[in-house]
Unconditional design. Structure first.
Length: 444
């Protein structure tokens, strides 16, 4: 799967161009008496919190207990196993029926948007009893046949709620049939092996983090951090470059503080580190960061590296020669990140998008129905990060509660409006007692 788009997109669509000075956040206009504490969320206080809590983290450095070994209470989840074969076999086809024609689709978007399109196209072709032409990214003029149906663009064209045998085809396509190209698989497997070797002190287990703190994410969120006027200028330029005029429409007001308290601001590397250390992941934890080009990386990555010295990225985990063929191809780089995250003991998602949604579903498929994913409550985090005087014990208790909540939600079943790619139970997996009677491998 070779594509040329980024690792997903942002989710915050609110906002408009920042007016000059403090008028950017209308809640700041009525602060009242000088010296009074500013409105919650209007100031990025996480660095202050880090300074206060760091001595407590240092005191717990090299602790024998590491949340990495006890993050998931798998006993409370009913074990699930893949059972796609039994679902599809219920169709009753003894042989492949005659094709009704051809289906041609154009898979657009980023890596996982393309993945969604391809898997849905397989299911649609199965429904129509049509021959699916290998998906293309550019119109192929050869297909001028009255029997050929062309759909472009092809994304989210198939409903989430469809018969179980159609869901089974989706499952087969996504979780078993679809593979990255061999050069991607080869390097990705090496990267996983290296992470496991680097994590020998924890039985080969490591944490992966999908970090969305690239310039475009920060700009689109309309959130403010601690870069002052320079940051505001850079974000204005980035917004205008990527979304001409969108943030300068008359009558629209940007409220960075409100965005932060609503959980819409991208978490900084420092905030991810604070959260993980509060959850009990100590400084001996191996961490892999999946990300694009981090905004002011030298500045913002430093505290995360301070909290987790055993930190790796695709750039540090590979040689320049190994990574050279992938440079300039963002979807191929995303595929490397995807694979390393897929096989981690703990996956941390910090923002919405196709990348974490597909990963959570894929991990559920691999790990007996449990996503093994930390999906933080960003509204609660915003409140805690805005409290620089909070006690370490209180902060740690809140973080451990958040980890337990992620554990409980890890085995969530698909709702009618949910995607089978994120919630594969019960369409792609069966309870172990049921799966024992069926073969989960396919023999086509």
């Amino acid at each position: 799967m070779h594509g040329l788009s980024r690792l997903g997109t942002g989710s915050n669509r609110s906002g408009s161009p920042p007016p000059p000075s403090s008028a950017m956040d209308v809640t700041r206009i009525s602060l009242g008496v000088a010296g009074e504490r500013s409105t919650p969320g209007s100031v990025y206080r996480s660095p202050q919190l880090f300074q206060k809590l760091w001595p407590h983290m240092e005191a717990e450095s090299n602790a024998t207990h590491n949340a990495l070994m006890t993050a998931w209470n798998l006993k409370m989840h009913q074990g699930w196993k893949p059972c796609v074969n039994s679902i599809i076999s219920k169709t009753g086809f003894s042989e492949l029926p005659k094709s009704n024609g051809f289906l041609i689709i154009e898979a657009n978007g980023g890596l996982n948007q393309q993945r969604l399109s391809i898997c849905d196209a397989v299911a649609v072709a199965w429904l129509l009893n049509a021959t699916l032409v290998i998906p293309i990214f550019h119109l192929n003029s050869v297909w001028r046949d009255s029997r050929a149906v062309r759909i472009a663009p092809f994304s989210n064209r198939l409903a989430y709620s469809v018969p179980s045998n159609v869901q089974g085809v989706r499952c087969l396509s996504n979780f078993q049939a679809l593979r990255f190209a061999e050069p991607i698989r080869t390097l990705a497997d090496k990267m996983v092996e290296r992470m496991v070797m680097n994590s020998s002190h924890s039985g080969g287990k490591y944490v992966s983090v999908h970090l969305r703190f690239e310039t475009d994410m920060v700009a689109f969120s309309c959130c403010e951090y601690d870069g002052g006027e320079e940051e505001k200028r850079e974000m204005d330029i980035a917004r205008e470059r990527s979304w001409r005029g969108k943030f300068r429409r008359r009558g629209r007001v940007i409220r960075p503080g409100a965005n932060r308290m609503d959980g819409k601001c991208p978490l900084t590397p420092l905030e991810v580190g604070l959260m993980l250390r509060g959850m009990g992941f100590n400084n001996n934890t191996s961490v892999f960061v999946a990300a694009g080009n981090i905004y002011k990386a030298e500045k913002y990555m430093a505290p995360l590296k301070q909290m987790f010295p055993l930190l790796e990225t695709k750039d540090t985990l590979t040689t320049p020669e190994e990574l050279a063929p992938f440079k300039g191809h963002s979807s191929r780089l995303a595929a490397l990140d995807y694979t390393v995250c897929l096989h981690s003991e703990v996956f941390v998602t910090t923002q919405g998008g196709n990348f974490p949604h597909f990963l959570m579903g894929h991990r559920r498929y691999l790990f007996g129905g449990h996503a093994k994913t930390i999906k933080p409550d960003k509204r609660k985090l915003a409140l805690l990060f805005d409290s620089p005087h909070i006690r370490w014990e209180t902060f740690r208790r809140q973080m451990k509660d958040m980890l337990r909540h992620s554990d409980v939600k890890g085995g969530e079943l698909k709702k009618p409006s949910g995607s089978v790619y994120t919630f594969p139970m019960p369409d792609c997996l069966c309870k172990q007692t049921e799966a024992a009677a069926n073969e989960s491998s396919l023999s086509f």
